[in-house]
Design a protein around this ligand. Structure first.
Ligand SMILES: Cc1cc2nc3c(=O)[nH]c(=O)nc-3n(C[C@H](O)[C@H](O)[C@H](O)COP(=O)(O)O)c2cc1C
Length: 387
C-alpha cells in the first residue's frame, strides 16, 4: 500500500484505477477550462501569515454548518455518477463522511438512490436538487428526500443547461458505460474496477430510473439534462421549492453579489459560492476570488459556504479566513473514492483535516472560528482587477 500524504497521491492512484470515461468526467471543466484552472491557481495567490509563540494546546477544527455540528467545516459536495467512480460509491462516500463527522450531499444524478443511501447510513445527509420541468417528479423527489430524513435541501442554481465538456462528448459518457470497441479496450485495463462493479447494488441513475416515465435516454447525462432540466427556473420557483421542502435550504452556485442578495432575500439558510468546479460558465471568475465581494454584500445576512478548487486544508483555511463558514469538496473526495473506495474518502478527509489543523496552528489560531483576514496576505488587486 503506497503512503498517501496528500490529495495528489490519491489522484494518481485514481487515474490508474478508473475507466477513462469517468476519470475524464471528473477531471475536466467546460470549454477552454479557464475557470477550472483559475479555481486552483487563485488559491495559490493567497499566502498565510505565520505567527509564533502562541499556545496551541487544545485547538479544534470543530464547527457548525447550517446549525449542524461538524468535525471540520468541509462537506462532501454533490457529485453526479459517484457510483461509477467506485461500486456503490455514494454509499461508501456517505459512510466515510458520517464516520468522520462531516456532511455528505447526495446528487440528484447519483447512482445509489436516496433510499439506498438512507438505508446504509445512520445520520441524516443533505440532498441536492436539480430542478426539472416535470413538477410531479420534483414533488416526488422532494418527498423521497423528506422521507429519508435528509437534513438540508441543496438547490443547485448554476446548471439549468449543461456547460459543454468536450471529453464527455468524445467519450460518449453514460451510466452504465455503453460498450463500444474503444470503451471495451479501456475497461479491459481496469479489471479491478470492473470486478467490483459487477457486485454493485446499482449501475444506473437510482433517483431517476423507475421513477419517471417516458424518458428517451436515462443513461446519458447530457440527453437527460437537455430533455428534463428546467430552463425557466427563477426566484419565484425557488421560493416555491423552499416552501415545498419546509426545512433547511442551501442555494448552490452563487457567484455574483446581486444573486447573493436575492438568495438572502428569499431566506436561504446558506449559499454556496461556486462555479460548479469550473464545469459550467467557462470564463467566470474563480469562487475564491469572488468570495470577498459576496461576503461584503451578504455576509451579515446569510451563512456563506464555498467550493470549487479546494485541494488541501490550506485552501479550506483560506476560504474560512476570507469569511466563509463552511466549504465543500468535490474532486478531492472523488479521487479518494476512485483510488481506494470508502477508505480513500476517509483518507482524503484525514489529509485535509491534518493540513487544516497544522496550518491553523502555524497561523497562531486555536479554532477555525477565529480565522480571519488577519491570517492572510492577499494581493492588493485580488478582488479588484476585474471590476
Ligand atoms: C464529476 C462531478 C460531478 C458533479 N455533479 C454535480 C451534481 O450532480 N450536482 C451539483 O450540484 N454539483 C455537481 N458537481 C459540482 C460539485 O458539487 C462542486 O460544486 C465542485 O465539484 C466543486 O469543485 P471541486 O471539484 O474543485 O472541489 C459536480 C462536480 C464534479 C467534479
Amino acid at each position: 500500500m503506497p503512503v498517501i500524504t496528500n490529495i495528489e497521491d490519491l489522484k494518481r492512484i485514481y487515474a490508474r484505477r478508473v475507466p477513462k470515461m469517468f476519470f475524464d468526467y471528473a477531471e475536466s471543466g467546460s470549454w477552454t477550462e479557464q475557470t477550472f484552472r483559475d479555481n486552483t491557481n487563485d488559491f495559490e495567490q493567497i499566502r498565510l501569515r505565520q505567527r509564533v509563540a502562541v499556545d496551541m494546546a487544545g485547538r479544534t477544527t470543530a464547527s457548525r454548518m447550517i446549525g449542524q455540528e461538524v468535525a471540520m467545516p468541509v462537506a462532501l459536495a454533490p457529485v453526479g455518477l459517484t457510483g461509477m467512480q467506485s461500486a456503490d460509491g455514494e454509499i461508501k462516500a456517505a459512510r466515510a463522511a458520517e464516520a468522520f463527522g462531516v456532511p455528505f450531499t447526495l446528487s440528484t444524478m447519483s447512482i445509489n438512490s436516496i433510499e439506498e443511501v438512507a438505508e446504509a447510513t445512520t445520520k441524516p445527509f443533505w440532498f441536492q436538487l436539480y430542478t426539472m420541468k416535470d413538477e410531479d417528479y420534483m414533488r416526488r423527489l422532494i418527498g423521497r428526500a423528506k422521507a429519508a430524513n435528509c437534513s438540508a435541501l441543496v438547490i443547485t442554481l448554476d446548471l439549468q443547461i449543461l456547460g459543454q465538456r468536450h471529453k464527455d462528448l468524445k467519450n460518449g459518457l453514460s451510466a452504465p458505460p455503453k460498450l463500444t470497441p474503444r470503451t471495451i479496450a479501456n475497461l479491459m485495463t481496469k479489471w479491478a474496477w470492473g470486478i467490483e462493479m459487477l457486485g454493485a447494488k446499482r449501475r444506473n441513475f437510482g433517483n431517476i430510473v423507475g421513477h419517471v416515465e417516458g424518458i428517451s435516454d436515462a443513461s446519458s447525462l447530457g440527453a437527460w439534462t437537455a430533455e428534463q432540466f428546467d430552463p425557466s427556473l427563477d426566484w419565484g420557483k425557488i421560493e416555491k421549492l423552499k416552501e415545498m421542502w419546509g426545512g433547511k435550504v442551501i442555494l448552490k452556485g452563487i457567484l455574483d453579489e446581486e444573486d447573493a442578495k436575492m438568495a438572502a432575500k428569499v431566506g436561504a439558510d446558506a449559499i454556496t459560492v461556486s462555479n460548479h468546479g469550473g464545469r459550467q460558465l467557462d470564463g467566470a471568475l474563480s469562487s475564491i476570488r469572488m468570495l470577498p465581494r459576496i461576503m461584503d454584500a451578504v455576509g451579515d445576512q446569510v451563512e456563506v459556504h464555498l467550493d470549487s478548487g479546494i485541494r488541501s486544508g490550506q485552501d479550506v483555511l483560506k476560504a474560512l479566513a476570507l469569511g466563509a463558514t463552511g466549504t465543500m469538496i468535490g474532486r478531492a473526495f472523488v479521487y479518494g473514492l476512485g483510488a481506494m473506495g470508502q477508505q480513500g474518502v476517509t483518507r482524503a478527509l484525514e489529509v485535509i483535516h491534518k493540513e487544516l489543523d497544522t496550518s491553523m496552528a502555524l497561523c497562531g489560531e486555536k479554532s477555525v472560528s477565529n480565522l480571519g483576514r488577519h491570517n492572510l496576505m492577499v494581493p492588493e488587486d485580488f478582488t479588484g482587477r476585474w471590476a
